[in-house]
Design a protein around this ligand. Sequence first.
Ligand code: FAD
Ligand code: SF4
Length: 511
Amino acid sequence: MGVTTVRLVLGDQLTRGLSSLADLRPGDPAQVVLMVEVQEEATYVPHHRQKLVFILGAMRHFAEELRAAGVRVDYVRLDDPANTGTFTGEVARAVARHKATRLIVTEAGEWRVRRLIESWEASLGIPVEMREDNRFIASHARFDRWASGRKTYRMEFFYREMRRETGILMDGADPVGDQWNLDAENRRALPSRLPIPARSRPAPDVMTREVIDLVAERFPHGFGDLEPFGWAVTRDEALVVLDDFLMTCLPSFGDYQDAMRHGAPFLFHSTISPYLNVGLLLPREVCDAAEAEFRAGRAPLNAVEGFVRQVLGWREYVRGMYWHLGPKYAASNALGASRPLPDFYWTAQTPMRCLADSVDQVRRHAYAHHIQRLMVTGNFAMLAGVRPADVEAWYLAVFADAFEWVELPNTHGMATWADGGIIASKPYAASGAYIDRMSDYCGGCRYDVKAKSGPTACPFNYLYWAFLIRNEEILKGNPRMAMPYRTLGTWNSGRRAAVLAEAETFLDGLA
Ligand SMILES: Cc1cc2nc3c(=O)[nH]c(=O)nc-3n(C[C@H](O)[C@H](O)[C@H](O)COP(=O)(O)OP(=O)(O)OC[C@H]3O[C@@H](n4cnc5c(N)ncnc54)[C@H](O)[C@@H]3O)c2cc1C
Ligand code: SF4
């Protein structure tokens, strides 16, 4: 009897309770789990080489786990000579190989792959069942119920509904501590002598070493250092990283959530986003684990609420918005940004120390924390008027946790305001003073953060005002932008022209 059902598991679907595996009977020879490493996925953006190792390494370990549990796994490696290099090609080969009469797959995490899957029923000539991804707290229907018919989509209101519904950090009908959001307590600058905890980073095993060698051979000129490679590639390892975070970092996570320090990539952050995004950890369990730390008196409320808001609030919200807004969301360019991405986003070669340090860190670790992404690399790209598509391609490539459903709303909405305010009520534009307040970057920079103009002035300063002048028509009426526009209102035309000219000269120099 030929095999009848093939279940395709994608590289970010590494969860035993995944919907496509729900009714799988281990030991049944008529059920095959198919996993494929394909060149088209490895190259649709120039991924950081650690991201490639992380995903391929985690896929190979997951396949082994399934095999050990008695599941029949058909695994196609990137360097298999017969590999066609595409999802569609590999699924077609597998269907023929197993004489499959049915394909089951959990929906993909982005429109591009979802469309591919939707085309398979016609091209393969067998039924293709696409199941909803059950690893989020809010289903599509739940999110759409919240979002439909709204004029504005503020995360805070969605987050409160999620808190009520899940009971996370609730005392009956009220939020623990009688406050929904303690963000105002979470903006402390980092004292210069405060020690930063060392992090638990798993060492690569033999299987991961093999993948490191494969990526080194196939992507010799790819972006990013391959070593030291310290990402977890199994659920057990990811749980160790989570525990380490809860014990050593969570108590200070809230206080220093927005802080930055030269040479300190992880600070008190969890570094679990790659694990959540490929399914080695689940959002509900990490929220529950953080809440347990609060209930046991080991972590303060501002830290735990801050963490829960990121996972239960922001993560679920951006995922909901990505699907709710549809593929056209990426097409807008509300501020008409048209410059190319400067080269230093790849090379880290810039005298602006905040940018050089952030990019260098990304090159070494495929990681930057939220404020580096939003207020350093994102802020600069927006102030400089870089094309949204260029910025998005960079964010999608360089981080170990980058998948379009989470990258796009953060980049297109939060960082560059290319969506014109659908996600963020105002652009997160800031001059050098913000970076100076939240980091120690400026002390060692060639530029003077206090100087507003002239050859030694911090470029963020004049770029900030030039940005406000350039986009005055669009932004002036925004009540949250009233303060800077009041200041700008006191400037004469000569001062405005001078700032615009200084910004243009600087930006032309970058090209
Ligand atoms: C321009 C830009 C691009 C981004 N691209 C990605 C991306 O491709 N993938 C990604 O997972 N996150 C992205 N983020 C969100 C956030 O920066 C990362 O999730 C976070 O820095 C990951 O580090 P961490 O695990 O140490 O997070 P922590 O600071 O420890 O936060 C805990 C968890 O909360 C979740 N989270 C926090 N903020 C967000 C957010 N804004 N949106 C969604 N989830 C959030 C993450 O799962 C994270 O692991 C982006 C943010 C910006 C501003
Ligand atoms: S002075 Fe300006 S460019 Fe230099 S580190 Fe500070 S903010 Fe960045």
